[in-house]
Design a protein around this ligand. Structure first.
Ligand code: C5P
Length: 223
């Protein structure tokens, strides 16, 4: 059968990565974490002392980092200039800077090319997750899902992931999530937005397994 393209978009902390990877693994599809790609570029900019708030400097350097994103759902890897950066791209410094870097059009143009190339190279198809998969990168995807969850739920999930239980720290995470979502939704180029033909799934009251099962059902309905 023809390769299938399934996309999941949504704000931070909705469980996109976890469920996308699981859906890809169960359906035997490739998997693409596009947030990891923007994080990898950001990591490179910080490591090379590019001022991430200087749009021209970021644009000028945008073709320098060689980002390679593995698409194996069982263990995707992300490298920059051949170095595995899976760990460092999750650090706070990268999280704090990624919205500024990903708002730069030159950065996005380059990432979109890589993302489309990954989909073309996927033998059975791909599950791609991010912010603009349904609106910009894969406008003709077979299935578009837009994941949402209340801000409190998203902060609690992120805290649990990081092993944080302190109420003050959870509030700080909530503030950070809201800041990043506002930046991602408010930017001029490819803002975070539900595609008109995307199915919205509110995961606030759902377990990851319920979300996975629900979306696999939607894929089967479309196929
Ligand atoms: O999904 P994750 O939280 O790892 O994404 C990190 C950041 O990368 C987002 O906050 C957003 O600024 C950027 N991003 C993007 N477009 C995508 C995926 C992520 O701009 N398709």
């Amino acid at each position: 059968s023809a390769p299938v393209v399934v996309v999941l978009d949504g704000p931070a902390g909705t469980g996109k990565s976890t469920v996308s990877r699981e859906i890809a693994a169960r359906l035997g599809l490739s998997f693409l974490d596009t947030g990891a790609m923007y994080r990898a570029v950001t990591y490179w900019m910080l490591a090379n002392e590019v001022d991430v708030d200087d749009v021209d400097a970021v644009a000028l350097a945008s073709d320098k980092p060689a980002v390679v994103s593995g698409t194996d759902a069982d263990g995707p890897t992300i490298t920059v200039d051949g170095v595995d950066v899976s760990g460092p791209i999750r650090e706070q410094a990268v999280t704090a800077a990624v919205s500024a870097v990903s708002a730069v059009p030159e950065v996005r143009t380059r990432m979109v090319e890589l993302q489309r190339a990954s989909a073309l190279a996927a033998p059975r198809g791909i599950v791609a997750e991010g912010r603009d998969m349904g609106t910009v990168v894969f406008p003709r995807a077979d299935l578009k899902v837009f994941l949402t969850a209340s801000a409190e739920t998203r902060a609690a999930r992120r805290a649990a992931q990081l092993g944080i239980t302190d109420a003050g720290e959870i509030t700080a995470i909530l503030v950070d999530i809201n800041r990043r979502d506002a930046a991602d939704s408010g930017r001029a180029t490819a803002p975070l937005r539900k595609a008109d033909d995307a199915v919205e799934v509110d995961t606030s009251e759902m377990s990851p397994e319920q979300v996975v099962t629900h979306i696999i059902g939607l894929v089967r309905d479309r196929a």
